[in-house]
Structure formats: C-alpha cells, structure tokens
Design a protein around this ligand. Structure first.
Ligand code: ADP
Length: 421
C-alpha cells in the first residue's frame, strides 16, 4: 500500500477513491477503521471513510488518529486527510483540530490545505474559495443546515480552527511551476508556518502542487488534491504504469436492484426500467409496518422472476412520502424502509444475488452496514461519481453499485450491468 486516506464522510470517500482509481491506483474504500487483522492485499491506496464531519471535534480527532494508526501499520507512505471541497466545517472544526492532530502524530513540519476541485468548479485564488463564479460565502453553502460557510478566506477559517501557524502559497507561485512552489514551501518553513493554504484554479495547478508535495507525509484537501499524487509513485517506480486499476472480474450470480431514494433522478430511472420491462415490486412503509409485506415474501417474489433483473423500490413522489411521514413520523418512515431494504439485501445475498445496485445515500449506508464487507474495491465508473465496487474480506464477494439518489443517467438501471465482465 502506498497511499492512505482518511475521509470525513462516506460519499466524499468514494469520490476520492474514484480519483485515485482513474489515475491508475488500485483503490479500496473501507467503511470505518478496518479491524486490525484486515490485510489490504494487492492495493495501492486505501480510503477509510469516517462519519466525522459534524461530530464533536474530540471524537473526530480520536477516530482520525485511529484511522491513521491503521493506515500507517498497513504501510501507507503518505496520508491524505480528505474533506469537502466547500470546506464544510464549523468555527470549531473539525478540519482544523483533525489537521493539527495528524500533523502532530506524523511529526511533519508543513502540510497544505487545498480543497480545490476545478472539475466541480471549486477553485482557490489568493486563499479565497470559489464555488463556480461565487465566493464560498455568497454561494448556497452560506445556508447549509449543519455547516453554514460565511467566510471564503481559507486562511482565516484555518486560523479560527487550528492551533498551528497558517500561511498562503498564492497562484503566482503555482503558475510558475513545481520549483516555484517548492521555493514557496521553503519560505513558509522559514516563516515557521505549519500549514499553508495553496491556490489552485485548474487541474494543471493540482498536478504541479501534487508533484511539489511528493515527500509531504500529510496532505489535506478535497478529492482534487489527489489528482497529482499517483504520478509521484509512478515516477519513483512504485506504481505500475498499466491502467488495470478500476477493473475486476465480477462474481457470477443473480442480479437485483434496491431503490430507497425518492429523488427525481431515481424515480426517472425506475420509470425507464419499468418501460424496458424489468419486473418491479413497490414497497410502501405503511404496508411494512402493518405486516402486509415481509422480507420473506419479497425474496420469494424475486426468485420467481427467473433470469430477469428484479427492481424492488420504495421510491415515491413527494405527496406519498409526505402522507407516509404524517402517519409514521419522518424519521420512522425512513428507518422502516432502510431496515427493510437492508434485510432484503442480506436475504438476496443468501439466495445467490452477487450483483446488486442500491439507490439512495442513506439507503446505501443501511445496506452496506448490514452486508458489512471489510472493504470495497473501486471498479469501473458507471456514471460520474458512481463506480461498481467489489466487496472484499468476504468468502463470497459481491459487486455493489451504491448510487446517491440524484446521480446517474436515466438508463442507469439498464446500462450498469453491461460494465461487469
Ligand atoms: P437520496 O440519496 O435520494 O437522498 P436516501 O436513501 O439518502 O436517498 O434517502 C431517502 C430516504 O427516504 C431514506 O431514509 C428512505 O428510507 C426514505 N424513504 C424511501 N421511500 C420512502 C417512502 N415511500 N416514504 C417515506 N420515506 C421513504
């Protein structure tokens, strides 16, 4: 293993894992810190997904240090602390406190803060973070329910959150290339900066910065900062230049789709699948609560579909969701569906399903929690941000595609299978 990453949420972890995989690293993602004995054989990068963005900072620090200890023990030569490209955090953290703790634990004299992700229109200029054409503080992020971002200056944000001295490497240096960035790092060290915000407005900038930080034990930023890192390992002869990352032989077995997302995109995908003739079973939370449908009945229905790919969904339009929420309460309605779909996933695995698509972020979290694979190997990308993954650490691996509700083209449920060999 070459590169280890600590991500502060699950979908952010997948995002980073995809960047590394695209750049030629065989990458796995784990949900939480893996058990001590878990051996990440034959991989170049491991991304540990935590859920530490908005929890108390002492807890976030504890979890991150635990992840660091595991990654170091597994052989990681460089560590990325990955957070959101809109720097989602509160004045208390957790980006600052976790960075401070990782800097201390790794004994490094300088690290960078670079959440830029130009492909998603997140850029940094003179230390200010932009979302598209807007400053972060003028973007919709200023109204975020958990982490409202009302300042765009990454230097000020880090000063507020971190106990370390914070500086800036501005775009003038980045535009001049790798040597100029290295000189700027040396100047920062002379000033006794321990953290520097680095400007980046393009992927070219990220590759320049990536080369300049080849020997940094710790890098912090968004997924974008990973773009230039795999090449460092390739240059050092540690990473093969063939692009076999992102490929795996999918296990043979039955296929199925579970959808718990009520997003517009997922409902459209369901409609396209129905029009194409896929057998469907619609679940209603009230039927579940009142015992009119059981997991056993769903499995029986699934098995009676022969070779066709069954689609089991609870996705409903906003009025129906509201009606169910009125009857059961918002939280309970969600939980009922999530638990039912998670148990269905376990049942499907028991019946020989080895290829499974799950639609919905929370729904995916519930299903992965129930299936509890030790890790997910990142495979081919079906649509932007959604890869096939292969569970590992199990005797019987499964191909899983975990789709955030709004992701994917209208024919996602039809075309995804074609990418499995
Ligand atoms: P998305 O990625 O689109 O946000 P999620 O799975 O994260 O999808 O969230 C959808 C939530 O809606 C889940 O908690 C799910 O259990 C809940 N849900 C799904 N179907 C229904 C329904 N018919 N009525 C009420 N809640 C539902």
């Amino acid at each position: 293993m070459l590169l280890g990453a600590i991500a502060d949420d699950l979908t952010g972890a997948t995002d980073l894992a995809l960047v590394l995989s695209r750049e030629g690293m065989r990458t796995i993602q784990t949900v939480g810190v893996p058990p001590a004995g878990f051996d990440p054989a034959n991989v170049d990068a491991v991304v540990v997904a935590l859920k530490s963005r908005t929890i108390p900072s002492s807890e976030a620090v504890r979890m991150s240090l635990e992840a660091l200890a595991w990654l170091k023990a597994a052989g990681a030569r460089q560590i990325i602390f990955k957070y959101c490209s809109t720097f989602d955090s509160t004045p208390k953290g957790n980006i600052g406190p976790v960075t401070d703790a990782l800097v201390k634990a790794l004994g490094t004299d300088l690290t960078i803060v670079c959440p830029a992700f130009p492909a998603n229109r997140r850029t940094i200029y003179k230390g200010h973070l932009f979302v598209g054409e807007q400053l972060l503080s003028e973007s919709p992020m200023r109204h975020h329910p958990l982490t409202p971002m009302t300042d765009s200056s990454l230097v000020r944000l880090m000063v507020a959150q971190s106990g370390l001295q914070v500086g800036l490497v501005s775009h003038d240096a980045v535009a001049r290339g790798v040597d100029a960035v290295r000189d700027a790092f040396d100047a920062a060290k002379t000033r006794r900066d321990r953290v520097v915000v680095v400007d980046a407005i393009s992927d070219r900038d990220l590759r320049v910065i990536g080369e300049a930080i080849a020997d940094f034990p710790l890098v912090t930023g968004g997924s974008g900062i990973a773009i230039g890192l795999p090449e460092n390992f390739r240059r050092a002869g540690l990473l093969a230049s063939d692009k076999t990352a992102g490929q795996f032989a999918a296990p043979a077995g039955r296929s199925a789709i579970l959808a718990g997302s009520c997003s517009e995109a997922t409902r459209k995908q369901i409609k396209v699948a129905i029009d194409a003739g896929l057998p469907v079973l619609k679940l209603d939370p009230i039927d579940i609560v009142e015992g009119r449908i059981t997991v056993g009945e769903v499995l029986e229905w699934t098995l009676s579909q022969g070779d066709a790919v069954p689609l089991i969904y609870s996705s409903a339009d906003p009025q129906d969701v509201l009606a169910a929420q009125k009857r059961l309460g918002q939280e309970r309605a969600g939980e009922v569906i999530e638990t039912f779909l998670a148990q269905t996933a376990i049942g499907l695995r028991g019946e020989g399903v080895r290829r499974l698509i799950v639609a919905g972020g929370e729904t995916s979290g519930a299903v992965v929690g129930a299936l509890a694979p030790a890790a997910l190997l990142i495979g081919p990308e079906i649509d932007p941000g959604v890869p096939w993954t292969l569970t590992s650490g199990d005797n019987e691996p499964m191909a899983l595609a975990l789709k955030s509700g709004n992701f994917g083209a209208a024919d996602f449920f039809l075309k995804a299978w074609k990418m499995l060999t």
